[in-house]
Ligand binder design. Structure first.
Ligand SMILES: [Zn+2]
Length: 49
C-alpha cells in the first residue's frame, strides 16, 4: 500500500508547520485547524502539493 507525505501549510502566513503521512483513499481536500507558531494562534491549515 503506497503512502504519501503531505505538508500542511498555514493559510494565513503560508508556513508549512505540519507534515502528515496518509494513504490514498482520501477524496476531500484536507483542511485542519491547527496552531501556527508564527501567527501565534490557531489558523486553518491546508495541504500543499
Ligand atoms: Zn501562520
Amino acid at each position: 500500500m503506497s503512502k504519501k507525505k503531505i505538508a500542511l501549510a498555514c493559510s494565513v502566513c503560508g508556513s508549512r508547520n505540519y507534515t502528515i503521512t496518509e494513504n490514498l483513499n482520501r477524496v476531500e481536500r484536507l483542511e485542519v485547524k491547527k496552531f501556527c507558531r508564527y501567527c501565534n494562534q490557531h489558523t486553518l491549515h491546508r495541504e500543499t502539493k
